[in-house]
Design a protein. Structure first.
Length: 231
């Protein structure tokens, strides 16, 4: 009963927010919106976010290394393991966010024919984020030297990591992946709806984007359900 009420409340809140957002869109002069006028602010904001994410991940990397270099035993070692796991998750998330935001920076400047140096900076940050992610993954073997964990360069790294995990870790990973799958599905569907309304309101066709997102939904859902169907 409690879960049902929570679901009803979420639907009502989401519907209310959606109504006001669409009301604002339908009464806003989107057709005359010149995004290029705000490119300086957008570029500056994206750069600040990217630098912040990279610095944050570097701090987490250094913190984990410092803990690894300490000789700890008993309860102190257990506390350190929990802390390193949280820091590892923080750093990995920061680096994973670097890729899409860097792509957004590159896209803004290529589409609007803005600053070429920012395109170069965006591509550089993509490379830095990818290299940083690889370095972060190598920390796992240092954090858990007693376990037979696969190297990040090995083929089928994800499957091997899953096989090397215990039941509790598998449950956590699979629960997180399922929640992510559900959220991504919902967000992509919302994205299609927003692109449809944008196309209708501005007379600027977004059909290509709609078809791309639709294809992503078809492929991801087919892959997911065939994977669990053939178990």
């Amino acid at each position: 009963m409690k879960k049902t009420l929570q679901m009803i409340v979420r639907i009502l809140v989401g519907g209310t927010i959606g109504f006001f957002v669409m009301y604002w869109i339908m009464n806003s002069p989107l057709e005359g919106l010149a995004f290029s006028h705000y490119s300086f602010i957008v570029n500056g904001l994206l750069l600040v976010i990217l630098v912040g994410l990279l610095l944050f991940s570097l701090i987490r990397y250094r913190q984990i290394q410092r803990l690894l270099n300490q000789s700890l035993t008993g309860d102190a070692e257990d506390v350190a393991d929990q802390q390193m796991y949280r820091w590892f998750s923080d750093g990995t998330l920061s680096l994973n966010l670097t890729l899409p935001i860097s792509l957004a920076l590159v896209s803004v400047n290529l589409v609007l024919h803005q600053q070429l140096p920012l395109v170069v900076i965006g591509i550089t940050l993509i490379v830095v984020g990818l290299v940083g992610s690889i370095h972060f993954q190598t920390l796992v073997q240092q954090m858990y030297p007693e376990r037979n964990l696969p190297d990040v360069s090995e083929t089928d790294y994800g499957m091997k990591l899953l096989a090397a995990s215990d039941d509790g870790e598998k449950h956590i990973m699979l629960e997180g992946l399922y929640k992510t799958h559900s959220v991504v599905n919902m967000m992509l569907i919302v994205g299609i709806i927003l692109l449809l309304f944008y196309s209708l309101l501005t007379s600027t066709s977004q059909l290509f984007s709609i078809f791309v997102i639709t294809l992503i939904l078809i492929v991801s859902n087919t892959k997911y359900y065939f994977s669990i169907r053939n178990r």
